[in-house]
Design a binder for this molecule. Structure first.
Ligand SMILES: Nc1nc2c(ncn2[C@@H]2O[C@H](COP(=O)(O)OP(=O)(O)OP(=O)(O)O)[C@@H](O)[C@H]2O)c(=O)[nH]1
Ligand SMILES: [Mg+2]
Length: 215
C-alpha cells in the first residue's frame, strides 16, 4: 500500500523537464542570462566566472515544469562540440551580441547551420539580441534586416528561409503554409540585467517547448 501511494504521489508530482541548448559566440551573454535567470527563478546566487569552459548547467522551475539550460562555451575551441547536444534539445536559445557588428555575419552563418541541421528539424530557435542597454547596440530588428541582406546576397539561401524570424513577420505571413516550419523561431531584444527582459525570453521558451516535436 505504501509503495502504491508513494508511486502515485511521485507520478502526480512529477515535473516535465525540457532541455534548452544555449549557444552563441563567446562573450554574447549566454552565462550572464542563465545566471540572472537562475537568481530570479530560484533565489540561488549567481555564479560569475568569466568565459565558460565546457558547459554550465542550470535548472529553472517555471510553472509546473523544469527548464534545463545547457549553456555551452562559445570560444572557438568549444563550438565544434555544440552539435553533440542538438539531438536532445527541445529548444535552442541562440545569443547574438548586439554590439558585435564585426561578427554578425559569423552569427548568421551559425544560425543558418542550426536551421538546416538534421538533428534540429522543427526545433524552435529563440534568438536574443543582447546588450541592448549599450549605446549603439544593434536591435533585434536591425539584426533581422542584416540577416535578410546576407541571405539575399548568398546563393542557395532564399529570402523566405528567414522571413518569419520575428513575430512581426510571422504575423504578416501567417496565411502562408510555406512559413509554418519557421513560425516558432523568434528574435527578441535582451538586457541581461533586466528582469522583464529575462522573463520575456523564458516565457517565449516555455510556450515553445510545450509543442516542441521532441516534447
Ligand atoms: N551591458 C551588458 N553587458 C552584458 C550583457 N550580457 C552580458 N554582458 C557582459 O558581456 C560579457 C560576456 O558575458 P558572458 O555571459 O560571459 O558571455 P558568454 O556568452 O557566456 O561567453 P562564453 O562563455 O565565452 O561563450 C560579460 O562581461 C557580461 O557582463 C548585457 O545585456 N548588457
Ligand atoms: Mg559563458
Amino acid at each position: 500500500m505504501y509503495h502504491l501511494l508513494r508511486g502515485l504521489y511521485t507520478e502526480l508530482t512529477r515535473q516535465t523537464e525540457y532541455s534548452i541548448l544555449v549557444i552563441g559566440l563567446n562573450g554574447s551573454g549566454k552565462t550572464t542570462f542563465v545566471e540572472h535567470a537562475k537568481e530570479m527563478y530560484t533565489g540561488k546566487p549567481r555564479y560569475e566566472s568569466g568565459p565558460t569552459i565546457g558547459q554550465n548547467v542550470v535548472k529553472l522551475p517555471v510553472s509546473n515544469t523544469i527548464l534545463h539550460f545547457w549553456d555551452l562555451g562559445g570560444s572557438s575551441e568549444f563550438t565544434n562540440l555544440w552539435d553533440r547536444y542538438y539531438g536532445d534539445a527541445q529548444a535552442v536559445l541562440f545569443f547574438i551580441d548586439g554590439t558585435d557588428t564585426q561578427r554578425l555575419k559569423e552569427s548568421w552563418e551559425i544560425f543558418e547551420t542550426l536551421k538546416t541541421h538534421s538533428d534540429l528539424q522543427g526545433i524552435p530557435i529563440v534568438v536574443c539580441a543582447t546588450k541592448q542597454d549599450k549605446q549603439g547596440a544593434m536591435s533585434a530588428a536591425d539584426i533581422e534586416k542584416k540577416f535578410i541582406d546576407y541571405s539575399n546576397n548568398t546563393p542557395n539561401i532564399p529570402y523566405t528561409s528567414l522571413s518569419s524570424l520575428s513575430e512581426r513577420l510571422e504575423n504578416s505571413h501567417s496565411h502562408s503554409n510555406q512559413h509554418n516550419d519557421d513560425k516558432r523561431n523568434l528574435i527578441l531584444n535582451l538586457v541581461n540585467t533586466d528582469q522583464s527582459s529575462i522573463k520575456s525570453v523564458i516565457d517565449a521558451l516555455f510556450v515553445r517547448v510545450q509543442t516542441s516535436p521532441r516534447g
